[in-house]
Design a protein around this ligand. Sequence first.
Ligand code: COA
Length: 154
Amino acid sequence: MIQIRKANLKDIPFITTIFRDTIMHVNAKDYSEKQIRVWASGALDIDKWEDRIENSYFIVAELNDSIVGFAYLSNGNYFDGLFIHKDHLRKGFGIKLMRIIESQALAKGHEVIKADVSITALPFFEDQYYIVEKKQKKNYKGLAFEIFKVYKEL
Ligand SMILES: CC(C)(COP(=O)(O)OP(=O)(O)OC[C@H]1O[C@@H](n2cnc3c(N)ncnc32)[C@H](O)[C@@H]1OP(=O)(O)O)[C@@H](O)C(=O)NCCC(=O)NCCS
């Protein structure tokens, strides 16, 4: 049974391992080797992960007491991140986390949720009725990444 709960600081090693491995194994097909290396190195920015857990709405999905995915919402309605373990894709965990993130934005009084999504995740977001506002380059650690600005009316 999948269980969703709020993240805490002790989860950071598991969260960052999923972040790095998913980027290296799943997103790798859509970005260059250099982009993947730089993006995955974000796993080492522990201060940032602490800040995200403490200051955003950050949830994890657990299967048999192991974290298999996570998602977080910043500034009330910015869907800031969603990652599922490479060995647990297409089991409905991404949708479960998305629904809870959307419910939280709605509960905080927002009628629209926004996100900047990867090329890899775009088909998933479109499948869940997110609309592409524009395609753009986002700068991360001095490197340009192609992403899609999307939104959905809740
Ligand atoms: C995008 C992501 C979160 C989806 O998670 P998931 O748990 O595999 O998704 P689900 O199992 O909940 O998918 C539900 C439905 O969404 C659609 N879907 C999911 N992944 C898809 C894909 N890669 N391509 C097309 N449709 C997809 C399908 O309709 C799927 O239903 P189905 O499996 O019955 O066909 C996951 O692939 C991931 O972590 N990707 C890499 C990280 C990433 O880029 N995250 C976003 C950062 S911006």
